[in-house]
Design a protein around this ligand. Structure first.
Ligand code: GLN
Length: 273
């Protein structure tokens, strides 16, 4: 079915993936913009293009995430380069970016802990060029991807190789945000869908799912300016536990916010001023 002579118009209907993924792979394989599917619907595949496209479709059928196959995912309206060293940015994570942007004072310092592809840090820095954004990660490969994403999106971000607060000893920030690994060891989701291909260290703490969240909450008071906010993304069933961690450390205005699916996805609080 994917053979030389097949036209873009025919292939859009005939490829075995869902319609959006068919279009994404077709354009990626041929190096064409999305509009070509309409303006060049009669364009026919060459032999080589057919072989290349068939290979990509097979990878997708074998379960590989489409974002890794094409090497890109849009997040917060910006293009992010992704590779298997980083978690694929999720639409859910746009919530923590919006909450951070609303709460960050002018010319203030923001810290993104476990930045991965750089999604949170780059989206904030792009939207708020006044902000002094720092992003850290334990993975050098993730930092390379995040750095490329900051450069490609014209975002000014300072990157640090760091095991949680290790490299920011003595520093304070007006806001700390994080989307840490929060899936519990043995959770069946780790063996399903895109997660099978994503870096395990970005997904799970290999424990109860709360251990990274505990470390971040415990260290936050020493690294927040008075009145500063801590915002944490977490799993669908962790909001109450995270609110308890925050309250136990003396945070005020502790609350959770729902994502587009109506699930409590981000919890946070602030230090007393
Ligand atoms: N939101 C991701 C998922 O459940 C997990 C990301 C994370 O652990 N930080 O697919």
């Amino acid at each position: 079915m994917i053979e030389a002579g097949a036209t873009l118009g025919q292939l859009q209907r005939a490829l075995p993936l869902d319609p959006l993924e068919n279009r994404i792979l077709l354009c990626h394989a041929l190096g064409l913009p999305r509009t070509a599917l309409i303006t060049q619907a009669e364009r026919a595949l060459t032999d080589e293009e057919a072989r290349h496209l068939a290979g990509l479709v097979q990878r997708r059928l074998d379960g590989e995430p489409i974002a890794y196959i094409v090497g890109e995912r849009e997040f917060f309206g910006l293009p992010f380069r992704v590779d298997p060293a980083v978690l694929i940015p999720r639409p859910d994570t746009e919530l923590i970016v919006e909450l951070a942007i609303e709460r960050l004072p002018q010319r203030a310092r923001l810290l993104d802990m476990g930045t991965g592809s750089g999604a949170i840090a780059v989206a904030v820095a792009h939207t708020r060029p006044d902000a002094e954004v720092t992003a850290l990660d334990l993975s050098e490969a993730a930092l390379a991807a995040a750095q490329a994403n900051a450069a490609a999106n014209g975002a000014r971000v300072r990157f640090l190789h760091s095991d949680w607060y290790g490299a920011v000893a003595g520093e304070t920030f007006e806001l700390i945000a994080s989307n840490p690994p929060y899936i519990a060891a043995g959770d069946r989701h780790l063996g399903e869908g895109d997660l099978r291909f994503e870096p395990v260290g970005a997904l799970t703490d290999h424990a109860d799912g709360l251990s990274a969240l505990r470390i971040i909450v415990a260290g936050a008071p020493a690294h927040l300016a008075p009145g500063g906010w801590l915002l944490l993304e977490h799993g669908y069933d962790q909001a109450e536990a995270v609110r308890e961690l925050l309250a136990a450390r003396g945070f005020i205005d502790v609350q959770s916010w729902r994502d587009l699916a109506g699930i409590e996805r981000v919890s946070g609080g602030r230090l007393a001023a």
